[in-house]
Design a protein around this ligand. Structure first.
Ligand SMILES: NC(=O)C1=CN([C@@H]2O[C@H](COP(=O)(O)OP(=O)(O)OC[C@H]3O[C@@H](n4cnc5c(N)ncnc54)[C@H](OP(=O)(O)O)[C@@H]3O)[C@@H](O)[C@H]2O)C=CC1
Ligand SMILES: O=C(O)C1=N[C@H](C(=O)O)C[C@H](O)C1
Length: 250
């Protein structure tokens, strides 16, 4: 057994899971133990003395995975989407008052995406209007993306704190869906297009000017540095951490 952080991957045959395995194998301070995909046994993580498991599976699967990892005192770095407040509360309940595991759940592990969310949060109070457009590959399980949902929540909270009302919008008729989804009062539009990976634009507008904050993941290896940061840090952060920004001193 080597000296690196013993790291396993859930969703190991998936698009992101494969990139994470490559990243862990290339890291000098981490050691890949085992990959588990649909139909495989989670017990493999216990048998291989895995310390941290990275989960990129599916919103329908991730809660059962987390329950197993927490019950077995294994740390978790989770990129899988679908985390409502109710789900986060359940994870906190499972962790208990004296948690043995650290769990990091982040809607986006790309460093630029985390920064763009923070920039959008900072800009929000200066603009009358805001809309979020997220653009992804057509095999994505969910819409809107976890990143877009979180971005909209952060913007909505910043606008409320600044005393801003709703973005101006005189639309009264039209096809259902034409104005996108409403996330805490912020319109979010989801594009699914062959050839894309993961992209997001936040569009702000006010008198005589607009501001667009855009992030592009052009390769799934963009998620690797953030995941490795999580793998390195999560062992010293028992309990639940939501968002990579907490590990980036933002
Ligand atoms: N936070 C972030 O930075 C990012 C998050 N994501 C999120 O990660 C998730 C996965 O994305 P992606 O890799 O593109 O998806 P994929 O469908 O390519 O990969 C998911 C893999 O997980 C497998 N799987 C499904 N259920 C289980 C289970 N119970 N146990 C083990 N493995 C399982 C799937 O198997 P099968 O195909 O047979 O169902 C598949 O091999 C999504 O929720 C996505 O939104 C993606 C990119 C970045
Ligand atoms: O499914 C994806 O691909 C991605 N999912 C995450 C999300 O829903 O925000 C992160 C990134 O956008 C890629």
């Amino acid at each position: 057994m080597g000296n690196g952080i013993r790291t396993g991957v859930l969703g190991s045959n998936g698009k992101v899971g494969k990139a994470i395995i490559e990243g862990v194998e290339a890291a000098s301070d981490a050691e890949f133990t085992v990959g588990v995909d649909k139909g495989d046994s989670l017990q493999d993580f216990v048998d291989s003395q895995t310390s941290v498991v990275v989960d990129f599976t599916h919103p329908d699967a991730v809660m059962d995975n987390l329950k197993f990892l927490i019950d077995n005192g294994i740390h978790a770095v989770v990129g899988t989407t679908g985390f409502t407040q109710e789900r986060l509360d359940t994870v906190v309940e499972w962790l208990g008052d004296d948690p043995r595991s650290g769990v990091l759940i982040a809607p986006n592990f790309a460093i630029g995406a985390v920064l763009s969310m923070r920039f959008a949060q900072q800009a929000a109070r200066f603009f009358d209007s805001v809309e979020v457009v997220e653009l992804h590959h057509p095999f994505k399980a969910d819409a809107p993306s976890g990143t877009a949902g979180r971005t909209a929540q952060l913007i909505a909270a910043a606008r409320a704190e600044a005393g801003l009302g709703a973005s101006p919008d005189a639309t009264s008729t039209g096809l259902e869906g034409a104005r996108g989804a409403d996330v805490d009062g912020v319109r979010v539009h989801s594009i699914r297009l062959a050839g894309l990976v993961a992209h997001q634009e936040v569009l702000f507008g006010t008198q005589g000017e607009t501001l667009t904050i855009r992030h592009d993941s052009i390769d799934r290896n963009s998620f690797v540095p953030g995941v490795l940061l999580g793998v390195r840090e999560i062992g010293s952060r028992p309990g639940l951490t939501v968002g990579l920004e907490h590990l980036m001193d933002l």
